[in-house]
Design a protein around this ligand. Sequence first.
Ligand code: SF4
Ligand code: SF4
Length: 300
Amino acid sequence: MKIKHLLSLICFGISTILLKRKKPILGTIILTDYCNLSCKHCAVNNINRQMFSYKSIRKEMECFYKEGIRILFFCGGETVLWQDSGKNVKDLIREAKEIGFYIVNIVTNGTVDLNFPEADVIFLSLDGNRLSHNIIRGDTYDLILKNLSRAEGCNICIYMAVNKLNYSHIEDVCQLTKEYSNINSISFNFHTPYKGTESLILNMEEKRIAVSTIRKMVKEGMPIFNLYSALDAFLKNDWPRPCYQCIVSENNKRYICGRCVQIDGLCKECGYLFAVEFSLLCKGNIPAIFDMLKTYIKYV
Ligand code: SF4
Ligand code: SF4
């Protein structure tokens, strides 16, 4: 990240905390709900099987930027399958950079292609070791690792959604960083129980075990992208939500924090650690700010 961008984000953070502002800084644009997978924990794939138009995505990128958003995520469905008007995800990343976004990231299931050196961070979903990942995401583990080994020069962050089927495999996922030099970090989320996926949520004891494994991994020097202090707030479930600094846009409709905000009662059981982390940071939580200085800057 450029120093001037970092300083600008720090100014945003200070003014948000001091003036208790609700202005967003992080925007996510969903490009499509079409996906080539059908993961057990997913509630958003293939509802309309729609690729959203380039025109509307471009317009939303410009609106986001004018509104002060500087960190941009592209998501799906399967993000890298998106195409419209002769454009693909690589074009969108390039255009987002030209518009002026400081950080442009993508989230992908890694089954199509992982070669996106244009992105600042590629968040690659990998949900356990071969056994648990394949139970959750279909027989895709080996294909993803093959694509991973071909993605030279890319900044890849493994993105694991921890649930009942895989919480004992957190260490296995961390070990991959030793085998693949382009895995620069690992980010954990916990399962959020969308309708039909409630059986995958961890009970309190299982959450404690998973959190203590993540803490152990941090202490052993594994490149964990999450904020150490936010894990406590997650366990206590006492963090303020929704997080007003994050906006999600899908097909011209916007949501504060996440699309999940519209589902009654779901925020109380939120497992998205990024929401916990951003929320704490923007409220001026001192331990979270120190952790952020130690972690985010290292991996972006
Ligand atoms: S890859 Fe992502 S969008 Fe597709 S089914 Fe799995 S979780 Fe859902
Ligand atoms: S707090 Fe935010 S990320 Fe969590 S469930 Fe609610 S809207 Fe979704």
